[in-house]
Design a protein. Structure first.
Length: 306
């Protein structure tokens, strides 16, 4: 499983006597807007995945991004695979696994938000921080992508007919200017000014940001499903610090050109593929800073091993 999270700092605050919307109501509203899409289909033998990462502080004083890469989650969490495999199979094993995985992802985001808000409110002064998140979980050859906010996941797929690499979006951005997001915010009593919640927060879904939860900001992710094919080359997961200066297509093509660069040198004891992917991550992060990204930049590339 691979994930990238980006810290989003919030400047606004509310009076002490105000109560935010209950988490139960928040989850209910979020579920109604949950989009579960099959973004691609395919059939291929089980593939291997390996993640690489590079991060740059950019013009910020601190590095606020955070990331986690677990190339094999079974090494860290033994019960998870057995829970998935042993889930009661009423309408087919595949359907049971999918429902279990999606439920686990929803519960994980909900629990993380609740625990962070609990810890944030106990501080003096209370924390006002928040985070977007993009998580990619691989079960055999099926990817489950859960995201909220503006960090993104992109799949690089080779098109045999055009002989070009395509950038397929695996995630959905959540910002207050989108109709459904804006309607939810306004219904909760909030407003959108200058493209931001209350004129301050750039995203409409996040973990944390407690002072905005009563204004319609939720922590329920969109979840998508994608089955890998033999034409899939890598997955790019990155924060908005990258995508402010790169389109998904530009980023994918940049990585492909790095992977095909024959001048990349391999250090003794390191596999050539590892050296190429590490170089691609570092070059892309550096280029984002050179292009003027004022934000933190985190680039994660997951190699799909055929």
């Amino acid at each position: 499983a691979s994930s990238a999270t980006e810290q989003v700092s919030s400047a606004g605050s509310h009076g002490k006597g105000e109560k935010r919307k209950s988490l139960e109501e928040e989850e209910k509203n979020g579920r109604e807007e949950l989009v579960e899409k099959k973004v691609c289909k395919g059939s291929v033998g089980i593939l291997g995945l390996k993640g690489y990462v590079a991060e740059r502080k950019g013009e910020r004083e601190d590095m606020q991004d955070a990331h986690v890469i677990l190339n094999d989650i079974t090494e860290e969490c033994q019960p998870l695979p057995s829970q998935i495999c042993c889930f009661p199979c009423l309408t087919g094993e595949v359907v049971s696994v999918e429902k279990t995985v999606k439920r686990c992802l929803l519960d994980t985001f909900k629990h993380t938000d609740e625990e962070f808000l609990k810890q944030a409110s106990s501080q003096k002064p209370a924390w006002k921080d928040g985070s977007t998140a993009t998580c990619v979980l691989a079960v055999d050859n099926i990817l489950y992508i859960a995201n909220l906010g503006d960090s993104r996941a992109i799949l690089c797929r080779y098109n045999e007919e055009s002989q070009k690499h395509a950038a397929l979006s695996l995630s959905k951005e959540h910002n207050p200017t989108q109709y459904e997001e804006r309607m939810r915010i306004q219904k909760a009593g909030g407003n959108v000014r200058d493209g931001r919640v209350l004129g301050v927060l750039e995203v409409s879904r996040s973990i944390g940001d407690g002072q905005y939860k009563r204004c319609g900001v939720i922590s329920v992710p969109d979840i998508k499903r994608c089955q890998l094919t033999h034409n899939d080359r890598f997955i790019l997961i990155a924060c908005d610090g990258l995508f402010k200066v790169f389109t998904p297509e530009e980023a994918v093509n940049f990585i492909v050109s790095c992977l095909e660069d024959k001048n990349i040198q391999t250090r003794e004891g390191k596999l050539e593929a590892d050296a190429r992917y590490e170089a691609a991550c570092n070059r892309l992060a550096n280029k984002a800073v050179q292009r003027g990204s004022a934000d933190n930049v985190t680039v994660m590339v997951v190699r799909i091993e055929h």
